[in-house]
Design a protein around this ligand. Structure first.
Ligand SMILES: Cc1cc2nc3c(=O)[nH]c(=O)nc-3n(C[C@H](O)[C@H](O)[C@H](O)COP(=O)(O)OP(=O)(O)OC[C@H]3O[C@@H](n4cnc5c(N)ncnc54)[C@H](O)[C@@H]3O)c2cc1C
Length: 467
């Protein structure tokens, strides 16, 4: 028998398409009340001194919530938007609307699961319940061939066995109509209410990212169907400049504006209707990495956030704030590192190749606590995803799932390989052109400095960063 009303609490799943919480709520309740809550915890300050969620990501999130509200309206529903503690807010909404159940997506990391426990307890004490739904991955947790404690230690085994035997559940269509009681109008907050200044757009940004499910599908359409770039992905994915060297799906995936299963189905459709090649396979391969890191976080719990990581390997790292600030603001003196860090600082995005290099440089060359780097990424990335970020950082720092001991990125040789003409570095470190002898290859500059000073810290660029 159906209950009268249920709440759907949207979290990092800001979409109608392939939305299991909505399906379950509609099956189990006569009316559904959609709610989104901005939890102030997400905007607290973190060591060594920045906000947990910065302006780029907050702006994207605000757009995504606004788009969700519009889309819900178009199917006869609405969205109640609050700022506050989820447990308190959800209980208040449940009581004022007489809702007995709350449906939400299951998360796996420490703060998110603590939040789930608090919500479940508050509801239980009032005779109500929280139902959590697994839906952020390509492979469902119930379908992978291992109990979570037996998850493979290396990605390749995880991928191969899943590719062999794990079905991918079909994506659900968006509901055409959602029965909803009359909802009071609640407003979207603005950036200022989080203590954040407006985002300035930089013409050098790879693209402009708009939050929301509508923009996610527009991007997918562009990358797959309009430009046919999907068929080139394997060869372009290590690029650094421009919108189409990679899919740029990550901000939408991180906020759940599109599901990995929906992307997978579009890849299959593309393979049938256009081309099937190593590139179409490789995009799915990368989505499997994303899955893997989520399962790793589920398996290892809080240790993902410890300096010694899931390997439990003690690392002698420093917390040198002065050096860290040079890294964070793109002023280390190593052009390839600075170019990437400035791109992140000024646009909220950085390529995968860039992320690997700057992370390696922070930990292996500057010997600084990798968790500071992970926190800066958390604050700054448009596509911040707890599992992808922290597990990738552990991997580069050598305390995660990398089977290779002591992986090291040689920055000058990476720059020569991936930015052979120095175009990327010139885009983000334009003042280099004015350095005497600046016509020498940009990477020779850093190599020379590395030879004479150990690392190239402290090179004074002749001009301040162009902001
Ligand atoms: C230190 C470090 C931190 C990172 N932090 C994040 C993060 O917070 N959020 C995030 O989404 N990705 C993170 N990544 C992974 C990767 O860099 C980005 O997913 C990718 O650059 C996003 O661009 P794209 O969407 O064009 O990727 P594409 O190359 O087009 O890949 C398609 C999708 O596959 C997934 N994917 C690709 N590579 C990875 C990977 N290495 N790990 C997990 N998923 C992957 C992403 O969802 C991506 O959108 C991090 C990588 C490193 C090295």
């Amino acid at each position: 028998m159906k209950v009268k009303r249920a709440i759907v609490w949207f979290r990092n799943d800001l979409r109608l398409h392939d939305q299991v919480t909505l399906k379950q709520a509609m099956e189990q309740a006569e009316e559904v009340i959609p709610v989104y809550i901005f939890d102030p915890e997400r905007w607290r300050h973190m060591e060594p001194g920045f906000v947990k969620t910065g302006a780029f990501q907050t702006q994207f999130l605000l757009e995504a919530v606004a788009d969700l509200k519009n889309n819900l309206k178009s199917v006869g529903s609405g969205l109640m938007i609050y700022q506050g503690v989820p447990a308190t807010r959800l209980l208040a909404v449940a009581e004022s609307f007489g809702a007995d159940k709350v449906f939400a997506s299951k998360e796996v990391t420490w703060e998110e699961t603590q939040q789930e426990t608090a919500v479940a307890q508050a509801l239980e004490e009032a005779g109500k319940s929280l139902e959590l739904v697994w839906q952020a991955t390509l492979f469902h947790e119930e379908d992978i061939p291992w109990p979570i404690q037996k998850l493979p230690e290396v990605f390749t085994q995880f991928r191969k066995e899943n590719e062999k035997s794990t079905p991918i559940r079909p994506a659900l269509p968006a509901p055409k109509k959602i029965p909803t009681p009359e909802l009071p109008d609640t407003n979207l907050p603005d950036l200022e209410s989080f203590g954040l200044a407006p985002v300035l757009s930089d013409p050098r940004a790879v693209m402009s990212f708009a939050g929301g499910e509508t923009a996610a599908w527009k991007r997918l359409h562009h990358y797959f169907w309009d430009t046919d770039e999907l068929k080139n992905y394997k060869w372009t994915r290590n690029g650094l400049l421009g919108a189409d060297y990679s899919s740029k799906f990550s901000p939408w995936l991180a906020h759940g504006c599109v599901s990995p299963r929906a992307i997978y189905e579009e890849v299959k459709r593309y393979e049938t209707e256009r081309t099937k090649n190593v590139s179409t396979y490789w995009l799915v391969f990368e989505l499997i990495w994303r899955d893997y890191f989520r399962f790793v976080c589920k398996r290892y719990g809080r240790s993902v956030f410890f300096r010694k990581g899931i390997k439990g390997k003690p690392l002698e790292l420093t917390q040198n704030l002065e050096l860290f600030e040079k890294w964070r603001t793109g002023m280390t003196g190593v052009p390839f590192v600075d170019a990437n860090m400035r791109e992140l600082l000024l646009t909220g995005f950085m390529s995968n190749r860039g992320r690997q290099n700057v992370a390696s440089y922070l930990v292996k060359d500057l010997n600084i606590d990798w968790r500071w780097g992970a926190r800066w990424f958390e604050s700054q990335l448009l596509d911040y995803d707890v599992c992808s970020n922290w597990a990738n950082w552990m991997y580069v720092a050598g305390v995660g799932n990398d089977p290779r001991e002591n992986r090291y990125f040689n920055i000058p040789s990476q720059a020569r390989k991936y930015d052979a003409k120095g175009e990327y570095v010139r885009t983000w470190v334009p003042e280099l052109a004015a350095i005497p002898g600046g016509n020498i290859h940009l990477d020779e500059l850093s190599e020379r400095d590395i030879k004479s000073h150990g690392v190239a810290i402290g090179t004074d660029y002749p001009y301040p960063i162009n902001r």
